[in-house]
Ligand binder design. Structure first.
Ligand SMILES: [Fe+2]
Length: 255
């Protein structure tokens, strides 16, 4: 079973809107063209936050881009989202906001780490309880998805705006050995790590990237990208990040 992860498209209501030198709408479209042609048999699209750039009318663009898909579009909010508007504008198929999605022996638990007024994220007690309950109820292989990074990325500025109180999160993950992966957005770069038997993944934005291991905010020159997951019935995961090299990035220090 194949899943596409796209993340941090940062759309505006205006299709010509640009962020960090990238026209976010056309960049997302180029990513999707590549993803859908390279992985035509995908079962769902996972979108790990920052669907819009502080602009609720961006959800109308998001909706128009995805509404004709005949596959689930699984969405979670990021710090640049407006969760109420997101739920209002993305109602009904193919969209699902947070919750759990099950398919082919796997479950995707989508957590809301949005913390109003903060760039960093936080999982409310009820969200942590939902994670624990869902994992306790179903023994299916689990992919846990959220926007904010629950590990240190090694980038000083970015590590001040990750997930708060990670201990409680990891306590739950560690208690359920059928968690196969934790997947996030927010960091606009690749991460491929491991915690015991749990695979850990971050994925480049469909727009501009952040420079890995940078002390201060810095935009990378890598092009837009996305990730594919090949999820096996025995819980194994194969994955690859695909970069859209045909979209060269323009450097821009400010966003
Ligand atoms: Fe982002």
């Amino acid at each position: 079973m194949q899943i596409l992860q796209i993340t941090d498209p940062h759309l505006y209501g205006d299709a010509g809107g640009r962020l960090r030198g990238v026209e976010t709408d056309s960049s997302l479209s180029a990513v999707l063209d590549d993803a859908f042609s390279r992985v035509p048999g995908y079962s769902a699209v996972l979108v790990t936050g920052d669907l819009v750039q502080d602009d609720a009318s961006g959800y109308l663009r998001f909706r128009s881009i995805f509404c004709n898909l005949r596959k689930p579009v699984l969405c979670i909010p990021g710090n640049h989202d407006e969760p109420e508007a997101m739920r209002r504008e993305l109602q009904g198929a193919p969209f699902q906001i947070c919750g759990t999605h099950e398919t082919d022996g796997w479950q995707f638990i989508m957590l809301d780490s949005y913390d109003p007024g903060h760039v960093g994220g936080r999982l409310r007690p009820e969200e942590l309880a939902r994670l624990d309950d869902t994992l306790a109820r179903s023994p299916k292989h689990a992919m846990v998805c959220l926007h904010h990074h629950p590990v240190v990325m090694g980038s000083r500025w970015l590590d001040t705006v990750g997930l708060a109180d990670t201990e409680a999160f990891w306590r739950i993950i560690d208690a359920h050995p059928h968690v196969r992966a934790v997947v996030w957005g927010h960091v606009h770069q690749v991460y491929d790590g491991r915690r015991g038997n749990v695979r850990l993944f971050a994925t480049p934005s469909t727009g501009a990237q952040f420079l890995p291991f940078s002390e201060r905010y810095a935009v990378d020159s890598r092009p837009p990208g996305y990730r594919r997951f090949d999820l096996h019935a025995d819980g194994r995961i194969d994955t690859a990040v695909h970069w859209i090299e045909s979209l060269p990035m323009r450097h821009s220090a400010a966003g």
